[in-house]
Ligand binder design. Structure first.
Ligand SMILES: NC(=O)c1ccc[n+]([C@@H]2O[C@H](COP(=O)([O-])OP(=O)(O)OC[C@H]3O[C@@H](n4cnc5c(N)ncnc54)[C@H](O)[C@@H]3O)[C@@H](O)[C@H]2O)c1
Length: 366
């Protein structure tokens, strides 16, 4: 088992990464001296496979768990689902010392985290991420939230988990498309922070695509280390944490205009990152060779790298970008790459340039 620490003073916590960790859930919660009652929030896909082992492990350790099972997918991450969860927690009489286990991907983690942040003005929660994206990214750092029709994550909070338990075995049942989408966040860490990691991903891409556990454990741990380091420096995103949004302004807008239905988050930010990299050649002197390596890696993973929008979609796309949280004083702040492993934030880019770079060559379109 690998352990990565998130250094946040008295809210510090550990990310534990390894095979078969789900069966240790109860033991790990017991070590944290959490209250008796808890609720496992999950979705039907994950619940079918992993709710029972999670429930049994907690019960065996002396906890009284209850189960809240939601529909899967991004559309569940909305204020209505919050209400469903609050009512269920109240039915099960969860109290101030009770805790929530978020068992699932980023959708469950973000939603259950916001439930934990707000129910009784905040109770403890533990993240048990079961997608690659959630293990390397969304379960760490305490950003929790839900979407509004107008845009992604527009209602949310910062609420750190007490523990993140990444069981690599759960990744085996993840659908191929979801797994590949998760690799978009993995590649992001290489681009924004660690050129050695980027090279390692290029080298190990075949093993990664095969979900080789040894390769995965090293890469997941490195991504978590980077996220922990960045979050440790800037918990509430007033500075350096913004680099984690590389490719996300464009990605979130694509998700919003397709009503969270067409693209998976990882696919949308794949287009977003390649577009941001292309903008970076113009706006941050990213060498063309680095751009090519970035674009090639996303292509090798089989992720989309460009999109064609008609005039109406383009209008909605720019409106959605302006609603994103990275906008200040009406200007969109972009994170651009100077080279692989190094980015700059707070860069202003003209709309016309963004429109051009989204779909530069019709023959590479998806
Ligand atoms: N909070 C943050 O810092 C942060 C960071 C990045 C992304 N996010 C959010 O994360 C969300 C995307 O997360 P996601 O990609 O994990 O999506 P997801 O939670 O929708 O999971 C993807 C799909 O895989 C299924 N699934 C999950 N684990 C499985 C498993 N082990 N086996 C079989 N099926 C499984 C789910 O039921 C779902 O259908 C987005 O809402 C995004 O905004 C948040």
């Amino acid at each position: 088992m690998r352990v990565v620490k998130v250094p946040l003073g008295n809210r510090s916590y550990a990310i534990k990464i390894g095979k078969g960790l789900l069966s240790r859930l109860g033991y790990e919660c017991e070590r944290l001296k959490l209250g008796d009652r808890c609720a496992i929030i999950t979705d039907t896909n994950v619940g079918r496979r992993y709710a029972r082992p999670a429930f049994d492990s907690l019960a065996k350790a002396g906890f009284s768990p209850s189960l809240v099972i939601l529909s899967p997918g991004e559309r569940t991450k909305n204020p209505k689902s919050l209400q469903v969860c609050y009512d269920r927690l109240a039915d099960h009489r969860l109290e101030r010392k009770s805790f929530i286990v978020a068992l699932g991907g980023g959708v469950v983690g973000d939603l259950a985290g916001l439930v934990a942040a707000t129910y009784l003005r905040g109770i403890t929660f533990v993240q048990v991420p079961t997608t690659l994206l959630a293990q390397v990214d969304s379960s760490v750092g305490g950003k929790v939230g839900v979407n509004l029709k107008a845009g992604k994550n527009l209602v949310g909070a910062f609420h750190q988990p007490r523990l993140v338990l990444c069981d690599l075995n759960t990744l085996r049942s993840l659908p191929e498309r979801e797994y590949r989408a998760g690799l978009a966040e993995v590649i992001k860490y290489g681009i924004i922070y660690d050129a050695v990691l980027f090279t390692r991903i290029e080298r190990d891409i075949v093993n990664l695509l095969r979900r080789d556990a040894k390769t995965l454990s090293g890469i997941v741990a490195r991504c978590c280390e980077i996220k922990a380091e960045v979050v440790g420096k800037d918990e509430t995103e007033s500075g350096v944490r913004a680099i984690l949004n590389f490719g996300h302004t464009i990605g979130h807008a694509l998700e919003a205009i397709s009503h969270y239905g067409k693209y998976l988050h990882g696919e949308a930010i794949s287009i977003g990152q390649v577009t941001a990299a292309r903008l970076s050649m113009r706006g941050a002197d990213l060498p063309a060779r680095d751009f090519q390596r970035i674009s090639d890696l996303f292509e090798r993973v089989g992720l989309p790298t460009s999109v064609r929008l008609n005039a109406r979609q383009r209008q909605r796309f720019f409106a959605a970008m302006r609603l994103d949280k990275k906008v200040s004083d009406g200007e969109i702040n972009f994170v651009l790459a100077k080279k692989i492993g190094r980015v700059v934030r707070g860069q202003k880019v003209a709309d016309s340039l963004i429109a051009q770079t989204l779909d530069p060559q019709p023959e590479t379109r998806h």
